[in-house]
Write a protein that binds this ligand. Structure first.
Ligand code: ATP
Ligand code: MG
Length: 267
């Protein structure tokens, strides 16, 4: 597979992504509603940022703006020094609803190849690249199957493989594991974390689940609703590689859990 080469630290501390005073208002006149109010933050190259917040606080809206699918009402978003003003091959989005993200009439291999077709990768390279991505995501045995023949976890793996096919520098994930059972979710958490660190991919990961945020994140941003705004931006310095049992029992993990739980309860 042809993802970016790894860097030793996984975090080169150079800002990759920046949001400056981002606001989003939906509707006009008396019906106008501020969904996001003056949010600013930046993310370093290779950093894994998790964002948690209550339902409706604007998480998906924020991610769609980072992807370039929606323009903010005001403020500036830049990725690797360039203003974000539309979708780009450098930025890939994994949607929560994998059932609707996959094309049901295409096999796993054809779903993964969709990205290669979109970005004009020569057809003779498809088979090898699809095989490498399927291998990475544990899908090699399912290449000729259709989405309805797969479990939820497998379908989400296909969506992630399809995103990785575009060699993204920024991976945007919108509650990607929310509908999966705990064991499948933990397995995919570890795979995404391993891949992101190996390839120095910058990740913005949205979740409702504060433990998932602390387990995965180098940083956790807590949002409040009405309007969506940052309550706290918390560095998570728990060492890597993380482990589903020992990390979750680490006193630092438990202290963060108490703290973030309190913040979410208070908003
Ligand atoms: N295109 C739109 N037009 C009008 N209102 C919208 C639009 N998109 C989102 N909203 C509103 O913006 C608010 C935030 O929505 P968003 O989907 O970003 O929330 P969220 O934090 O992702 O919620 P959840 O956790 O339930 O997924 C909601 O009140 C929603 O109704
Ligand atoms: Mg959402």
């Amino acid at each position: 597979m042809t993802l970016q080469p790894s860097s030793a630290s996984g975090n080169d501390a150079q800002p990759a992504l920046s949001m400056e005073n981002i606001s989003m208002v939906f509707g006009e006149g008396d019906a106008a509603k501020t969904i996001i109010n003056e949010i600013s933050f930046s993310v370093s190259k290779g950093e894994f940022l998790c964002i948690v917040g209550a339902s409706g606080c604007g998480k998906t809206t924020l991610l769609r703006m980072l992807c370039g699918l929606t323009a903010p009402t005001s403020g500036e978003i830049a990725f690797t020094g360039e203003k974000v003003c539309g979708p780009s091959r450098d930025r890939a989005m994994v949607f929560q609803d994998y059932g609707r993200a996959l094309l049901p009439w295409r096999t796993v291999a054809q779903n993964i190849a969709l990205t290669l077709e979109t970005f004009g990768v020569p057809k003779r390279e498809h088979r090898q690249r699809v095989a490498a991505l399927a291998d990475t995501m544990g899908l090699s045995h399912a290449l000729e199957q259709y989405p309805h023949q797969l479990s939820g976890g497998m379908q989400q793996r296909v969506q992630i493989a399809r995103c990785l096919a575009q060699d993204p520098k920024l991976l945007l994930m919108d509650e990607p594991f929310g509908a999966l059972d705990a064991i499948t979710r933990q397995g995919l958490q570890d795979e995404v974390l391993r891949l992101a660190k190996k390839n120095s991919t910058t990740v913005v990961f949205i979740t409702h689940d504060l433990e998932e945020a602390i387990y995965l994140g180098d940083r956790v941003i807590v949002l409040a609703a009405n309007p969506g705004r940052i309550v706290e931006d918390i560095p998570i310095t728990i060492s890597h590689p993380r482990n589903q049992l020992t990390t979750r029992e680490d006193p630092q993990f438990l202290a963060h859990r108490h703290h973030v739980f309190g913040l979410l309860e208070g908003h």
